[in-house]
Write a protein that binds this ligand. Sequence first.
Ligand code: HEC
Length: 99
Amino acid sequence: MKRKLISGFAGAAVALALAACAGGVAHAANDATPAQQKRQMFLRGAELWPIYCNTCHNARPGGEFSPTEWNMILMHMRTQANLPPQDAKAILEYLKASR
Ligand code: HEC
């Protein structure tokens, strides 16, 4: 359990470093079409989901809940996980789309 927590924190640090680098990418993303932006969110969510959502319990796969249920769950879990808004959006996009 302790080891899992530590690896979770290391993962969060990596995610923060990635988020810092992604600043330039996010700027370029303004030129992307809505479909491309959605795809970028999905991929970002796919990276962040195992990092954030595996810390306190097993990460639950997208297929386990409906999109409406995920909206409610993420409202609760984004405070539990102390998620930055953009990361919460990306994880939500990933969970809803990976059903
Ligand atoms: C800080 C710890 C913590 C983190 C991080 C966390 N959760 Fe949770 N999660 C909980 C706790 C505690 C519960 C059960 C009690 C409650 O609902 O508050 C729970 C419950 C859940 C449930 C309900 C499970 C069920 O069987 O009904 C889902 C789904 C869930 N979390 C998804 C997520 C997702 C998605 C993330 C990533 C964004 C996440 N959690 C991150 C602590 C956490």
